[in-house]
Write a protein that binds this ligand. Structure first.
Ligand SMILES: [Zn+2]
Length: 262
């Protein structure tokens, strides 16, 4: 069994990186159903991480149904990974297509969800969103605390839709985006970026408070475009029809954007 496992670099999300690396080996068939994973000690040495990091990674793969562990024997690749388990690896920003696809998926889900949330939110939902934004405001831009609060904000919007599938999908996709951003490491954060991000969330929050579903959709699309641009992706000009141009930040004429895309 020859595995292509590279040492992972330091970062806040080592277990995620280790789990992704192992799950890629499974996806590529270099680790097959029934195969035993190398020991925790061996994996720790291969990846250059602590055994605790490896244990956490294996626990995570276990919760995804990809591996199972037997006390005293080790971890094994599951025989038949459940097809009901949705699996998206975190994508690195430099992995352009996958990362852009992730943002498009987010837009497809969250722009619709936010209008439902504006319509159905309770006072308690709104309070959860408001608190998440307050935590972001109080945290250093791009820190784990900031990213967690950002995720909480989006989860609270999903919860306010009262649609369990949206809750599951949005939580899942937002978590992948968060991991991608963490894995990408230093994004040259600036005070301007922090302010822009906070005001985008503020606009969404205000629309939800006013229960204005249409404005909420524009605000969410503007936020996702802003987030995409901050990680180096082109904004998605196609998601909503023309009104955006009036309220969103000025951007290139549509023809130019299309020409570039060809
Ligand atoms: Zn956000």
């Amino acid at each position: 069994m020859t595995l292509k496992l590279d040492k992972v670099s330091r970062g806040p999300h080592l277990p995620t990186l280790v789990a992704s690396s192992i799950s890629r080996e499974i996806a590529r068939g270099r680790l097959k159903p029934g195969d035993q994973l190398p020991t925790v000690q061996a994996l720790a040495e291969t990846f250059g991480v602590s055994r605790n990091v490896v244990r956490e990674a294996i626990a995570r793969l276990g919760s995804e149904g990809l591996v199972w562990s037997q006390q005293g024997r080790g971890a094994f690749v599951s025989e038949a990974p459940k097809s009901t388990v949705l699996k998206i690896d975190h994508a690195a920003p430099q992995d352009g297509d996958a990362f852009r696809s992730l943002f498009e998926l987010r837009g497809a889900l969250e722009v619709r969800a936010v209008s439902l949330a504006a319509d159905r939110r309770t006072a308690k939902d709104f309070e959860t969103m408001r608190r998440a934004l307050a935590t972001m405001t109080a945290s250093p831009y791009g820190s784990v605390a900031w990213l967690d609060a950002d995720l909480d904000f989006h989860r609270a919007i999903a919860a306010a839709t009262r649609n369990d599938y949206l809750v599951q999908f949005i939580g899942f996709v937002a978590e992948r985006v968060r991991e991608s951003i963490l894995a990408a490491g230093d994004q040259h954060p600036s005070e301007d970026m922090a302010q822009a991000t906070l005001s985008e969330h503020g606009r969404i929050l205000a629309a939800i408070e006013a229960q204005d579903g249409v404005e909420a959709q524009w605000a969410m699309q503007a936020h996702l475009n802003g987030a995409a641009e901050r990680v180096g992706l082109p904004p998605d000009d196609t998601a909503l029809p023309a009104r955006a141009r009036a309220t969103a930040a000025p951007r290139r004429p549509r023809k130019a954007a299309l020409a570039e895309r060809r």
